[in-house]
Design a protein around this ligand. Structure first.
Ligand code: SF4
Ligand SMILES: [Zn+2]
Ligand SMILES: [Zn+2]
Length: 354
C-alpha cells in the first residue's frame, strides 16, 4: 500500500516508487533528487568550467532528450556559464533516424539551443542503409559506432566546442563493465567507468548520467512530459550487449543497487601498468586527416574495406590487427552505440489515489 505522504518532504502524495532507492515520493521531490544527483556528479567530477562550449550528443531518444533538458536546467539554476549546443548524427537509416531527427528539431525549438546535424552520407559517402545492404546485419553496429565517434568529433570541431556530453546512463556503464569482465578485457575494464575520457582526438567526452538509472530517466521524461522518440533502430543492436542487459535487469529486479554496485566494482579494479593498453604515437590519417595511431583511421580502414567489397575481412580478427595493431578484442572497433537503448522499460508508478 502506498504511504500517505512522500518519504522525502513528508507532505505531498507519493506518486512513484524510486527505482534506485525504493522510496515512495512525490513528483516534485523526484525532480529535485534526480536533478541534484546529476548536479553532484557534474561538480564532484569537475566536468565543466565557466565559458565552456559543450555539445550534447542528441538523438531524439529518451536519454539524450532528458540530458538536454537537465543540462539546460542545471546550467541556468547553478550558473555553470556553459554555451550548450545540440549535435546530431544522421546515420542514414530510413524509417528510424529520419523520424527521430524530427524530434531533435523540435527539441531545438523547445530548449532554444543551436543544432548541428551531420550525416554519414556527407562525411563518408555511405548511409547505414547502404552499409547494411553491403555487409548484412551482423557487423552493422561496428561500422556505425566507428563512424559515429568520428562524426561527433567532426561536428564538435565545426561547432567550435571542445566537450561532448552523451546520455550514457548507469545501466549502459554497468553492462559495459560486465561485458569487459566476461571477455577478460582488462585494459578496457580499467577505463570503461571513467566519467570523462579523451581518446585519440582532442575532444573531451563525458557522461553526466553515469549514476542515473535508466528507469529513472524514463520516469523523468514521462513526468516532465518531454518530447522524445521511442522507436528502436531497425538494425538490431549487438546481441552480446543484449545478453548483458538481460542479466543486469534480472539482477536489478532482485537487488536494485546492483547497477551502482557493478559500477563501483568496475571503478575499484586496479589495472596493473603492464596490462594497460600501450599509448601509440599520434599521427594523422593519410586519407582524411583525422587523428589516428596508424596510417589510416578506423573509419577510413572500414571505408576502404567497403569500397573494395571486402568489408567482412576488414572487421575480422585479422583485419582488426591490421587496423590498429592492438590485440584483437571484439571491442576494438566498437564504441558503445549512443542511440539505441531499448525503450521498453517498466517503471513503477503508484496508482493515483481516489
Ligand atoms: S543499433 Fe545503433 S549502432 Fe547499430 S546500426 Fe542502429 S543506430 Fe547504429
Ligand atoms: Zn515530496
Ligand atoms: Zn581517415
Amino acid at each position: 500500500m502506498a504511504p500517505k505522504s512522500c518519504s522525502l518532504c513528508q507532505n505531498a502524495k507519493p506518486i512513484l516508487r524510486r527505482p534506485k532507492t525504493g522510496q515512495q515520493i512525490c513528483k516534485h521531490c523526484f525532480f529535485t533528487v534526480f536533478e541534484t544527483e546529476v548536479h553532484n556528479t557534474i561538480t564532484e567530477a569537475k566536468l565543466f568550467k565557466p565559458g565552456d562550449r559543450v555539445a550534447i550528443g542528441a538523438s531524439g531518444g529518451k536519454d539524450s532528450t532528458v540530458l538536454a533538458y537537465v543540462m539546460k536546467t542545471l546550467n541556468e539554476r547553478y550558473k555553470y556559464g556553459l554555451s550548450l549546443f545540440l549535435l546530431s548524427i544522421d546515420e542514414g537509416i530510413t524509417g528510424y533516424r529520419d523520424d527521430s531527427l524530427q524530434t531533435v528539431k523540435r527539441n531545438q525549438q523547445q530548449y532554444d539551443m543551436p543544432l548541428k546535424i551531420l550525416s554519414y552520407e556527407e562525411l563518408y559517402g555511405w548511409t547505414m542503409d547502404r552499409v547494411v545492404s553491403t555487409v548484412g546485419k551482423k557487423s552493422n553496429c561496428t561500422f556505425c559506432g566507428v563512424f559515429r565517434r568520428q562524426a561527433l568529433d567532426r561536428g564538435a570541431a565545426s561547432l567550435g566546442v571542445d566537450h561532448i556530453v552523451t546520455g550514457h546512463n548507469a545501466d549502459d556503464i554497468a553492462e559495459t563493465v560486465l561485458m569487459n569482465i566476461m571477455r577478460g578485457d582488462i585494459a578496457r575494464l580499467g577505463r570503461c567507468t571513467a566519467i570523462c575520457t579523451q581518446g585519440e582526438d582532442t575532444i573531451r567526452r563525458s557522461k553526466p548520467f553515469k549514476y542515473a538509472y535508466e528507469k529513472e530517466i524514463v520516469m523523468y521524461a514521462y513526468f516532465r512530459k518531454l518530447d522524445y522518440f521511442s522507436t528502436e533502430c531497425i538494425y538490431s543492436p549487438d546481441a552480446y550487449r543484449g545478453h548483458a542487459r538481460g542479466f543486469l535487469k534480472d539482477l536489478e529486479a532482485t537487488r536494485p543497487s546492483a547497477i551502482i554496485d557493478i559500477i563501483h566494482s568496475g571503478e575499484a579494479f586496479e589495472v596493473k601498468d603492464e596490462v594497460r593498453a600501450t599509448q601509440k604515437t599520434q599521427q594523422t590519417c593519410k586519407r582524411c586527416g583525422y587523428m589516428s595511431s596508424n596510417n589510416l583511421c578506423k573509419a577510413c580502414s572500414l571505408l576502404e574495406g567497403l569500397e573494395r567489397g571486402m568489408a567482412a575481412t576488414a572487421i575480422s580478427d585479422k583485419g582488426r590487427r591490421k587496423l590498429d595493431g592492438q590485440a584483437p578484442t571484439p571491442e576494438n572497433l566498437r564504441t558503445i552505440p549512443y542511440f539505441h537503448t531499448p525503450i521498453t522499460v517498466a517503471i513503477d508508478v503508484l496508482p493515483t489515489p481516489p
